[in-house]
Design a protein around this ligand. Structure first.
Ligand code: SAM
Length: 275
């Protein structure tokens, strides 16, 4: 094996151990395009040298920057539409009927730049407007991600016209955002205040998060091995209350774990109910 290939193999192992992301063996170009700038800034010449520097380092610093640069943060408002519609038309009414007056908790488990948890908060507002008084105890959304730069963007809650143009209707834009100068908008306070952002690596313990009624874990498990995916889905199950629901990405399926989740066919879309 050439030293370049060996460096790449070591980097792949480092990345999978740090955050679960499994790189294909043909993804060398991706690594260089994402890390070149960072390596230049730190005067690092080869991938091998980078691995030496970050391996064994505590989380934070250069190690965190490397992992951050390797995450894919693609997201949009109301992604795939149906999860937010199913939430309003089926899941919330069912939960309110089962436990009237109870405060509900939702976890957005890989929230990227915030579009998913803020879309959830807008969907909840829409539900409240058409079902007055039914959510008396309110809903809390906990949104987590591994990436520090994404969490900073989430907390700022400000978006440019490119981001705003992806999945947001004019009506929602007018209702839920304040203009913030040319081509910039900020999420309005009542939508923002429902969401609490926290740093969390999905490979770590979820014990500090508490229990949830609903978990959105969408478009992140695709980057992990089958083994890591199974472990995460098993531990997410432990965070869900009886009768709770799991939402995956539209192109993701829950293979295995029939003892933990029951598939619920909606039209369109599939969601998973805790057994
Ligand atoms: C493609 S985005 C998905 C965003 C959103 N859930 C959606 O469906 O639009 C994937 C996110 O997963 C995060 N991520 C990757 N590995 C992670 C890990 N081990 N723990 C927590 N978040 C992770 C990335 O930082 C990124 O923001």
């Amino acid at each position: 094996m050439s030293s370049g290939n060996l460096d790449f193999e070591q980097f792949r192992t480092f990345l999978e151990k740090s955050c679960g992301i499994l790189l294909g063996s043909n993804k060398q170009y991706l690594v260089s395009s994402r890390l070149n700038k960072l390596m230049e800034q730190h005067g690092i010449k080869t991938l091998g040298e980078l691995v030496q520097r970050v391996q064994g380092q505590p989380r934070g610093g250069l190690r965190e920057q490397v992992v951050d640069a390797m995450t894919t943060n693609e997201t949009l408002w109301f992604r795939d539409t149906y999860p937010f519609e199913v939430l309003k038309s089926r899941v919330l009414p069912e939960m309110i009927k089962a436990s009237p007056g109870q405060r509900l908790r939702i976890w957005s488990a890989a929230c990227s730049s915030g579009q998913e948890p803020y879309s959830l908060s807008m969907a909840i507002d829409e539900f409240e407007r058409s079902n007055l008084g039914q959510l008396r105890a309110g809903i809390q959304i906990v949104a987590t991600d591994l990436s520090g730069s994404m969490l900073n963007a989430c907390k700022a809650g400000e978006y440019d016209s490119l981001a705003m143009g992806r999945g947001l209707s004019q009506e929602r834009l007018q209702r839920y955002f304040d203009p913030k100068g040319p081509g910039r908008w900020a999420v309005k306070a009542p939508i923002k205040s429902r969401v609490e952002f926290r740093a969390l690596n999905l490979l770590d313990s979820y014990a500090s998060l508490g229990k949830f009624d609903i978990v959105f874990c969408r478009n992140v498990l695709i980057y992990f091995s089958a083994e890591v995916k199974k472990d995460i889905l098993t531990r997410i199950h432990a965070t869900l209350k009886p009768g709770g629901y799991l939402f995956l990405g539209a192109s993701e399926a829950l293979n295995g774990l029939p003892e933990l989740y029951q598939m619920v066919q909606c039209s369109p879309g599939i969601i998973y109910k805790v057994k």
